[in-house]
Design a protein around this ligand. Structure first.
Ligand code: XMP
Length: 513
């Protein structure tokens, strides 16, 4: 496995993405944690030093442990990682002198060839993405220069004998188009064969779960989402009936969702499942509530109480399973500090294990979202289920601005079902990150047949996004929108007006509340 030492770059996670795409297993660890003892224990086959916001010229700035250089394994240093490598091995790094570079730059080769650069420089130069204030002004003994840019005379340096490579730019970002090739060459030079597959992961994960849990009982909260479902199926494969799943229906799910979960997990997978219809409780607590944050907090708190009650009924349970993913666990090296503003308080069950005295099993901790999907496929979960759009914990409550009533929820469910059906029929589902209907707290006048109607208006939402952090509205054709509006008005009693939300995020958010 490969070790990425994180010096705090915003894009360290992307390095891991690029390597996983090459079927190479890697882990990111913050520099503070990577001591000599850690390195011995981890026994990496290769190391990457990430970029970072600090300056190596500053006393006390982050350093890798000395033993990294004597392990005899290939090292690739990126940006700050290059500078720290030079500094530690006897070169010189300086600030200023007008050589800061931010954004696109072009690197040209020197006359020396380097296996790391195989397949590069096809037009005599290569576009890269730079982001550095400091620069290397003298390379370390044993190193040579293999590429230069106007602002970085030592853009690519290497000591091929020791397999130390150091670049000033960021090969992991999109704006370095050949970046993936560089990583591919690096891992090949380090002897990786790209054999890290999902089938292998499944076997390993099952072994690990058995080791951790033994013959003890495990509880898993099923939400109907991909992460908790994949975690549950995997754990079930490992320990069978010692796993009990708890699915709480808070009355804010989409049409047919609760039934689907029960059919799939109880009937198809034969799992022990407690399916609790607690809609009365939740909808009761939400009566008269229209403030979005109060809604979220009410649902979140109640969910924990309810879940805990059901979990307490499972005798002898010692573990709680969670579908935590890798991006949630990477200990990020934050230099900025300071509290960020709460836009929305997210619904999660993070505080549960301590409160309940349970130990955690998190079999997806090492995976990215798309890897979880791949694992789901490996485990035989249906494609339709694996490819599902994200759905928020508070469910339809936050798609129903203003007060929530059973009547509005029923209308919303129907409208949403028609909309999603339209999207699937037109083959657009997989192009869209998330699509849903929000029912608006206004009634408007319409005419149907010869009669006057006074019904709810709704808004269609569909966005594209890569991570939910930013998003753009999906450019449906007018034909599609027209057809969908007609279907909703004809098929859903209670709605007589359809609008399309074309706000991006930011300034909007994806959900309406
Ligand atoms: P926003 O509305 O903040 O949503 O742009 C970004 C993504 O997060 C989802 N979302 C949630 N997911 N619990 C969740 O598990 C929540 O409380 C929650 N609120 C929003 C939202 O659906 C979108 O995918």
């Amino acid at each position: 496995r490969l070790l990425i030492i994180d010096f705090g770059s915003q894009v360290t996670q992307l390095i891991a993405r690029r390597l996983r795409e090459l079927n190479v297993y890697c882990e990111i660890h913050p520099y503070q944690k990577v001591t000599d003892a850690f390195l011995t224990d981890f026994a990496p086959q290769a190391i990457i030093f990430s970029g970072g916001p600090d300056s190596v010229t500053r006393e006390g700035s982050p350093r890798p442990p000395k033993s990294a250089f004597t392990l005899g394994v290939p090292i690739l240093g990126i940006c700050y990682g290059q500078q720290v490598m030079m500094q530690e091995l006897g070169g010189l790094v300086e600030s200023g002198h007008g050589t800061a570079e931010f954004g696109r730059a072009y690197v040209t080769p020197t006359e020396r060839a380097l296996p790391l650069l195989e397949g590069w420089f096809q037009d005599g130069r290569e576009q890269v993405w730079m982001s550095h204030g400091d620069h290397v002004s003298r390379i370390a003994p044993g190193f040579e220069v293999y590429g230069t840019s106007p602002g970085a005379p030592f853009a690519i340096t290497a000591d091929p004998e020791r397999h130390f490579y150091a670049v000033q730019f960021h090969p992991e970002v999109h704006h370095t188009p050949k970046g993936a090739k560089l990583y591919e060459n690096f891992v090949r030079l380090a002897g990786f064969t790209g054999d890290w597959t999902m089938a292998g992961y499944r076997e390993q994960a099952i072994e690990k779960i058995r080791e951790r849990v033994g013959d003890k009982k495990v509880i898993c909260g099923l939400s109907g989402g991909v992460d908790s479902s994949v975690a549950a199926v995997l754990i079930h494969e490992a320990i069978g009936d010692n796993l009990t799943c708890v699915f709480v229906d808070h009355g804010l799910l989409r049409k047919g969702e609760a039934e689907e979960v029960v059919t799939m997990f109880r009937d198809h997978y034969n799992m022990r499942l407690i399916a609790a219809d607690e809609s009365d409780l939740f909808l009761g607590a939400l009566e008269g509530v229209s403030d979005p944050e109060v809604k979220r907090k009410t649902i979140g708190k109640l969910f924990i109480d309810v879940f805990q009650n059901y979990a307490n009924q499972i005798e002898g349970a010692e573990f709680l399973a969670q579908g935590t993913l890798y991006p949630d666990v990477i200990e990020s090296v934050s230099f900025s500090g300071g509290p960020s503003v709460t836009i929305k308080s997210h619904h999660n069950v993070g505080g549960l294990p301590e409160k309940m005295g349970l130990k955690l099993v998190e079999p997806l901790r090492e995976l990215f979202k798309d890897e979880v999907r791949a694992l789901g496929r490996e485990l035989g979960l249906p494609e339709k289920f694996i490819g599902r759009h994200p759905f928020p914990g508070p469910g339809l409550a936050i798609r129903c601005p203003g007060e929530i009533t059973r009547e509005k929820l029923a209308i919303l469910r129907e409208a949403d079902a028609v909309y999603i059906d339209q999207i699937r029929k037109h083959g657009l589902y997989d192009e869209i990150w998330q699509a849903f209907v929000a029912i608006l707290p206004v009634r408007t006048v319409g005419v149907m047949g010869d009669g006057r109607t006074y019904d709810y208006a709704c808004a269609l939402r569909a966005v594209t996004s890569v991570d939910g952090m930013t998003a753009d509205y999906y450019p449906f054709s007018h034909e599609f929108l027209g057809e969908t509006a007609t279907r909703i008005i004809n098929e859903v009693k209670g709605i007589n007006r359809v609008t399309y939300d074309i706000t991006s995020k930011p300034p909007g958010t994806i959900e309406w509340e």
